[in-house]
Design a protein around this ligand. Structure first.
Ligand SMILES: Cc1cc2nc3c(=O)[nH]c(=O)nc-3n(C[C@H](O)[C@H](O)[C@H](O)COP(=O)(O)OP(=O)(O)OC[C@H]3O[C@@H](n4cnc5c(N)ncnc54)[C@H](O)[C@@H]3O)c2cc1C
Length: 304
């Protein structure tokens, strides 16, 4: 059974009531938080695996978890079912997208999250699904900012942050200005897109500081356990993989060797992020416990 590292005291048995509470408690003792992201699986086998993964990761005493949400509501029901089952056991952030939604339907979803015991949402715009390219134009909410404004009276709100800029943004300064609007509208923390260098995170913090944004930003850390998959995800999201790492993957003699290279890289990046003052690590689990735990142990947030 994994136990928390002496550097990080256990999360309280009762779920914390907000990310701000976690930050206050951890900040007071200068301890980083540990959290995990899950996604709603496509089939029954995936659902079974998700719950086994969740149970195993819960033993590492995460401060919170989050569950993604299909833009356009594609996997909405599954997201709810998962969130409803996780929320009584650990602080659970429900992701929510605005794309294609009406204000009334969004309020209904917020009500449902509230009934499930969710007090924190990650307010996102989402992207138009491939089969509905005009979804964003058809919806009533056009930006995540409008979702922040709609939800802020009833929820604690986190928002997306982009260490290598949002693909539609002209530059990082624009992103920082938008983040500032979200903070002024009531968002209380940011969570990043995947990225692979300390420099990317530091650039984001520097842009935010220059724009006067003081939101804590949780780095999203992707365990590079399967090089091929992660390279594909990086391409889709626009995250740059350092050429040295790509070269090491190309020279790896087996998948096992590539995995070892990728995981060592992830753990080192996690350590550097914590040393650089990240408030915690939000690990993208891809619904697998092994790589996530390996990273949490490797960076010292969970004992070996
Ligand atoms: C941590 C994290 C979790 C995610 N989880 C999910 C998920 O569960 N489901 C999902 O479908 N997607 C998810 N996404 C992806 C996200 O929905 C997309 O990246 C989307 O393209 C942008 O979302 P956003 O909330 O940043 O949008 P917005 O903040 O609306 O930004 C979108 C673009 O519009 C610009 N913009 C926004 N507001 C303004 C303004 N007022 N003035 C000028 N420009 C503006 C921004 O600069 C940016 O270029 C996640 C992303 C992250 C980082």
């Amino acid at each position: 059974m994994p136990s928390v590292h002496p550097l990080r005291s256990p999360a309280p048995k009762l779920p914390a009531s907000s990310v701000s509470d976690v930050l206050a408690a951890r900040g007071a003792s200068s301890e980083p938080s540990l959290s995990y992201e899950f996604f709603p699986p496509k089939d029954d086998a995936g659902v079974e695996k998700l719950w086994a993964t969740f149970d195993e990761l819960l033993e590492s005493a995460p401060d919170f978890v989050s569950v993604t949400y299909g833009a356009g509501g594609s996997n909405r029901e599954k997201s709810f079912q998962i969130v409803e089952r996780m929320a009584p056991r650990v602080l659970t952030i429900g992701h929510l997208t605005a794309v294609g939604a009406t204000k009334a339907s969004t309020r209904e979803i917020l009500d449902r999250y509230a009934s499930a015991g969710v007090s924190t949402i990650l307010a996102l715009r989402g992207d138009s699904p491939k089969d509905q390219p005009d979804a964003l134009e058809r919806g009533e909410l056009r930006t995540a900012l409008e979702l922040v404004e709609l939800a802020r009276d009833s929820f604690e709100i986190g928002v997306a942050a982009f260490p290598e800029k949002h693909p539609e943004s002209p530059d990082m300064r624009h992103d920082a200005a938008v983040l500032k609007l979200k903070a002024e509208a009531g968002a209380s923390f940011g969570m990043t897109q995947l990225f692979f260098t300390l420099e990317a995170y530091q650039n984001l913090l520097a842009e935010n500081q220059a724009a006067g944004v003081s939101l804590p930003i949780f780095p999203g850390l992707m365990p590079v356990a399967n090089a091929r998959n992660v390279v594909r995800m990086a391409e889709l999201s626009g995250a740059a993989i350092p050429s040295k790492l790509m070269q090491a993957f190309e020279e790896a003699k087996s998948d096992d060797e590539a995995r070892a290279i990728g995981m060592e890289y992830t753990i080192e990046l996690g350590r550097q992020l914590l040393e650089a003052g990240a408030p915690g690590l939000h690990i993208f689990t891809l619904n697998q416990s092994g790589p996530a735990l390996e990273v949490a142990r490797g960076v010292g947030l969970v004992s070996q």
